[in-house]
Design a protein around this ligand. Structure first.
Ligand code: GH3
Ligand code: MG
Length: 347
């Protein structure tokens, strides 16, 4: 049990809580959220008032426990944390927050009358970013919160940039679908899962027929529109758990978990028909495109990896192209020969 300290005023008496008119903030951007954790009601109110005057959105809690319960609700950026509090003191609060990776970005400023070197080191080692000894001046509080704000905003920018980089690395810019790299990673996981749990899984690889002619006849930008619309059409026909990607050029791949060959063939036929029904216009011209699909299935007993599955679907696609395009072919292994062959699903 931590001995309760006599409540120390947050500001020295000679200075008072309001030594100067706080400069009004410039609310160009969303204000940060500051949680004031302080058990002494007068101190809590006074600090909360001053921080609000600085332009921050302020929340208050009377104990560490109350503050913990508030974290998910108000998602604060900065916490002004008293140490000596009933139920859960500031140090314990820091330990709990420090153990949660989701809360690592919280900028905790300990505000305490406990000001020995050991206290300060303990607080900082437990994850606090700063330590302010009571009584502190309003100017110093403002400066310390300002430092916190710079760090928090910098972290936010970094996080946004990181998320953008992840998106760029995984998304096909033209169609907004997954790119090949993302598809291969996720699809490989699905293959392993299907194998482990003895589930069926199918792979479709589709390629637009004579797409070069579209570019040649109507220009590359119109070709881009075709790729985007074909991508959207394929996406609209997929279920939430299906993985769809533009693998490059005019080639698309769709992984269908929990799907056996016959179902996958029907899906490919539906996709063929849906793409064939799209009408594109260019000046006074209107035109259509068709697609060919190769389909393969991961049988539950097989130990196939994605590259092998992709290779099978590609071979079936090649056969579909060879047989005249605008069609679906399934991959078939010849038991008597090492050379696989592909059969028309329509046969
Ligand atoms: P096939 O029926 O045999 O598939 O004939 P194809 O003309 O469609 O030949 P292929 O699939 O090999 O050609 C794909 C073409 O796609 C080649 C390239 O000019 C074009 N292409 C690749 N990436 C893009 C792109 O981002 N935008 C546009 N407009 N065209 C692209
Ligand atoms: Mg093509």
């Amino acid at each position: 049990m931590v001995q309760k300290e006599p409540p120390a005023p947050p500001f020295p008496p000679e200075q008072g809580p309001c030594p100067q008119e706080p400069s009004p903030p410039v609310p160009a951007i969303e204000p940060l959220k500051v949680l004031v954790v302080e058990d002494h009601p007068d101190n809590r109110e006074m600090i909360a008032f001053m921080v609000k005057e600085m332009g921050y959105k302020v929340y208050t809690a009377a104990t560490g426990k109350e503050a913990l319960a508030l974290l998910n609700e108000c998602l604060p950026d900065i916490i002004l944390l008293d140490v000596m509090m009933p139920e859960m003191d500031g140090f314990e609060f820091c330990s709990i927050v420090g153990a949660d990776p989701n809360l690592h970005d919280l900028h905790i400023i300990i505000t305490s009358a406990k000001g020995t070197l050991e206290d300060k080191v303990k607080g900082l080692e437990l994850g606090a970013a700063d330590y302010l000894i009571k009584p502190f001046s309003l100017i110093e509080l403002k400066a310390r919160i300002g430092v916190g704000e710079r760090i928090v905003r910098y972290q936010k920018v970094l996080k946004e940039q990181q998320a953008l980089l992840v998106q760029i690395a995984r998304e096909d810019k033209l169609t907004g679908l997954r790119n090949r790299r993302d598809f291969e990673e996720r699809a490989q996981e699905e293959c392993l899962r299907a194998h482990r749990y003895q589930r069926s899984l199918s792979l479709l690889v589709g390629d637009i027929d004579y797409f070069k002619r579209v570019n040649d006849q109507y220009g590359h930008p119109r070709g881009d529109t075709v790729l985007r619309e074909v991508g959207q059409t394929l996406l609209q026909h997929c279920r939430t758990n299906d993985l769809i990607a533009r693998c490059g050029g005019d080639e698309f791949a769709i992984l269908l978990p929990e799907t056996q060959m016959e179902e996958a063939l029907k899906m490919a036929e539906r996709l063929c028909a849906a793409v064939g029904e799209l009408t594109f216009t260019h000046q006074t011209d209107s035109f259509h495109v068709t697609m060919s699909f190769g389909v393969t299935c991961l049988a539950s007993h097989q130990r196939l990896h994605l590259p092998e599955l992709m290779d099978e679907a590609d071979r079936a696609l090649y056969k579909a192209k060879h047989k005249g395009r605008n069609r679906v072919e399934r991959f078939v292994t010849e038991p008597s020969s090492s050379e696989p062959r592909a059969d028309s699903s329509k046969a």
